[in-house]
Design a protein. Structure first.
Lengths: 492, 317
């Protein structure tokens, strides 16, 4: 598309500097021609005086500050806690598109849970040669301690955050599954609260699906997993286990615990006696049934996992194995969100469900394969390389934005440990309008819907739209200078 | 042959500690040529003892002790029957193709991949070259040769390494204890695609066995490798033995990290001392209470601190 051919309206404020490239634009079908579901927002932006927009932005920023919505950047001694940057303009998703995402994600979580149950029991998929055994056994997150252990309802992943990107053809694809301790849902809730306040009329007229019931849905999911013994005694006791105040998502831990009306605990607040988990309270010990844990497997139980960990609860795993307490998510789910395992997810869906995947995967090169590896090493300047067990945008090389020295470093790392890396083409993520520097500019976005799996699969409509706030950047992670915006899924 | 085994572990703390949680792997296995006829575990101060089987089928007992105390004593008493089996003969053992077929037909990946203690390194590569560790001759012959080479090349020196020492220490000094020799053998043979596993247990010592280097009064470690035609065969590089009925198997794992006899966590800042005493005797002589512990490990206090910041700073996805 050549911008010079664009209708004049586009170059009116606040769209004067709105740019197009090969990426899919969420708002415009063509320069100056908004998509049907963006028309009302487009019109509002044209009509609102610039000054008014700026004031609205300030009101929104203030609201975030006052609510204390923060995240923590590691490795920075002063001012580690930052206000999470929010963008004023909602990302809008038509109802039909959302329906497809919802069914696609429901399919995916069902298959991934069947996969986890299989590899920790009979290993049919391994015996049938669909997934290589070596890939499972060499995964850092594979927990042999989970073998033969039965989890409630056979559900390993009950809280999932899946990252979707929209490709230039307009279709959504899965970029990665987060099956261990997905975070960010508190920002989704905070964004909505603020946007409802600053755009009341627009919000009402658009007919947006609510997300405010997320905390209740999460609590219902956790309760649905409670051990059978607990219902005869009392209402199941659910707690949220946090690593502590220095964790990047500590704000979210406090927020969700408060929203659900459950206790926020650290490892030292719990103890295990005769295979039962108790919480220390001022009124004595209180039995715990379900733990929504935001602590990595490694740090959960020093008796079983990392012995040098002081965060965990000694004996917790034995209580879990005995079925006296439930952990959500289960232990050992990381083997299914290993970035090399990701390449096999379409095959996993076909194997267990006999269906084709509804949402596509992104092409992925496995570096343990000699020919794929040599291709990747020759094309490092075009590809994205990721460490298989990392998240948060750490341990990543973005070829087109990298220096020769960085590529050389990754070349050495890949050759030393090919199992530890994968490569993908550099994707052109879709772009959405953002209000930056007093005008509307296009920035790359992704979408992380949150999937809950208890009695059944529940998705609150939308999720967290993450924005790469720096011009031209493709990295949306909050730890790497990303922000977020509210996501409006339309009722009809 | 029926053996009676008594294994006593005593932990002393100064000052007192509390909230001990412990796991022990002390019950001899019932598989292969061995049956555990009876087993009793006693813990002082008293605790409710629970148990489970781990992923390789070892029986694990675990318990926690409320209150505060300066000493924890764990006593395991078992009677084990070990059948004598003929030493494996080369004439009946398969070749490399048979081994590959055996490996392909089953899931032996766990015992083929590198593990915490048994992994490759520069000094190991050097040793592998020196011993010409490559697929040659017949698997059984090669395994027997490697077993003997470790026996002749490495000196057994009591306390020369610690339980958590990496094998590089033993490789460099050419000396170590049974645990090191077992790990070195595993690290040498797994790259040849021979499934190999670590065995912890006991050894019955007789006066007539002058080649024995393993210590009487202590637990022992050796390996088992998969040999076509013979199944899992025991190789004991500490004593240069293949198979035999003087070994009593307690637990199998990828390496020591999977099967420590005792593992525990407690609260409190204390100087600790661990002492272990083991007696193995033919069952008609009931094992007498050992008088002196075979080994003692003293540790300085471990500071129990508030959860370290670096641990809290773990990734959220």
């Amino acid at each position: 598309m050549n911008p010079t051919e664009a209708p004049l309206t586009l170059f009116r404020p606040p769209f004067r500097n709105y740019q197009f490239d090969a990426a899919y634009d969420e708002m415009f079908a063509a320069p100056g021609t908004p998509r049907e579901h963006y028309k009302a927002l487009f019109q509002t932006l044209l009509e609102l005086p610039a000054e008014q927009l700026r004031k609205t932005q300030q009101a929104a920023d203030l609201s975030f500050l006052h609510q204390g919505i923060t995240f923590t950047v590691y490795g920075n001694d002063e001012g580690t806690e930052r206000v999470f940057p929010n963008d004023l303009l909602p990302r809008i998703i038509p109802h039909q598109e959302w329906r497809k995402i919802e069914t696609g994600l429901t399919q995916r979580i069902a298959a991934l849970n069947l996969f986890l149950e299989d590899i920790y029991h009979h290993g049919r998929i391994l015996a049938d040669g669909v997934v290589p055994r070596e890939l499972v056994y060499s995964c850092r997150h594979f927990r042999r301690e989970m073998r033969g252990l039965t989890v409630p309802r056979g559900i390993y992943v009950s809280i999932c955050g899946t990252d979707l990107v929209r490709l230039p053809d307009g279709s959504f694809a899965v970029l990665e599954d987060n099956l261990r301790v997905p975070s960010g849902v508190s920002y989704m809730l905070a964004n909505r609260k603020v946007l409802k306040k600053v755009f009341p009329t627009l919000f009402r007229d658009y007919g947006v699906c609510p997300v405010d019931h997320y905390a209740q849905a999460l609590l219902a999911t956790l309760r649905a997993l409670a051990p059978a013994t607990s219902s005869t005694r009392h209402e199941p006791k659910v707690v949220l286990l946090t690593p502590g105040v220095f964790n990047s998502a500590y704000f979210e831990h406090t927020f969700l615990a408060q929203q659900m009306g459950i206790e926020l605990v650290e490892g030292r607040d719990l103890l295990v006696h005769d295979n039962i988990v108790y919480m220390r309270t001022t009124a004595g010990l209180r039995r715990v049934d379900v733990i929504y844990r935001r602590v990595d497997d490694d740090f959960l139980d020093p008796l079983c996992f990392r012995q040098d960990s002081s965060l965990g609860v000694p004996g917790l795993f034995n209580a879990y194995r005995a079925g006296n307490v439930v952990l959500a998510n289960a232990i050992g789910t990381g083997v299914a969100d290993d970035k090399a395992m990701y390449a096999y997810v379409p095959a996993i869906i076909r194997y267990y469900l006999g269906e084709d995947p509804i949402l596509a995967n992104v092409q992925t090169y496995l570096l343990t394969d000699r020919s794929q590896r040599s291709y990747v090493l020759e094309h490092l300047d075009e590809l994205v390389v990721k460490a298989v067990g990392e998240s948060g945008g750490y341990g990543m090389l973005i070829g087109p934005h990298s220096t020769e020295a960085e590529r050389e470093e990754f070349r050495q790392r890949i050759e030393a440990e090919p199992r530890n890396y994968i490569a993908q083409p550099t994707l052109s993520l879709s772009r959405a309008p953002c209000f930056l520097e007093g005008e509307v500019q296009a920035r790359h976005v992704d979408l992380r819907p949150y999937i809950l799996y208890g009695e059944n699969v529940t998705l609150v409509p939308g999720g967290l739209t993450r924005v790469a706030l720096r011009r031209g950047s493709l990295v949306v992670n909050s730890s790497q200078g990303g922000g977020s915006k509210d996501t409006w899924v339309l009722r009809a | 042959m029926i053996y009676s085994v008594r294994h006593t572990t005593t932990f002393r703390y100064e000052p007192a500690v509390r909230e001990s949680v412990m796991e022990v792997r002390l019950q001899p296995r019932s598989d292969g040529e061995q049956r555990c006829l009876s087993f009793a575990l006693d813990v002082d101060p008293a605790a409710n003892i629970m148990q489970y089987r781990d992923f390789t089928g070892n029986t694990v007992h675990h318990f926690d002790i409320a209150g505060s105390y300066k000493q924890v004593k764990v006593t395991a008493q078992s009677a084990v029957e070990v059948q004598s089996v003929p030493a494996p003969r080369t004439s009946d053992s398969g070749d490399w193709a048979d081994l590959d077929a055996l490996v392909a037909a089953n899931d032996h990946w766990e015992m083929l991949l590198p593990s915490h203690f048994a992994h490759s390194s520069e000094p190991l590569e050097r040793l592998a070259k020196e011993l010409k560790c490559e697929r040659r001759g017949n698997p059984l012959v090669l395994l027997t040769e490697i077993n003997e080479s470790i026996y002749t090349m490495f000196a057994y020196v009591k306390n020369s390494t610690k339980v958590d020492s990496p094998i590089e220490e033993a490789l460099q000094a050419r000396q170590g204890v049974c645990q090191d020799f077992a790990h070195i053998m595993i690290a040498l043979v797994r790259p040849l695609k021979i499934p190999c596993r670590y065995v912890s247990g006991y050894m019955f010592h007789r006066d007539e066995d002058e080649n024995d280097r393993s210590l009487e009064g202590a637990s022992h470690a050796w390996v088992e490798a998969l040999v076509p035609g013979w199944g899992w065969v025991a190789f004991d590089p500490t004593n240069n033995l293949v198979g035999g009925d003087r070994h009593i198997r307690v637990a199998i794992g990828r390496d020591y990290a999977d099967v420590p006899p005792t593992r525990g966590v407690y609260k409190g800042e204390a100087q600790s001392e661990l002492s272990v005493a083991v007696t193995v005797s033919p069952a008609d002589n009931v094992a007498p209470e050992p008088i002196t512990p075979s080994f003692v490990v003293r540790s300085r206090p471990v500071l129990v601190r508030a959860a370290a910041r670096s641990e809290q700073e773990q990734q959220q996805q």
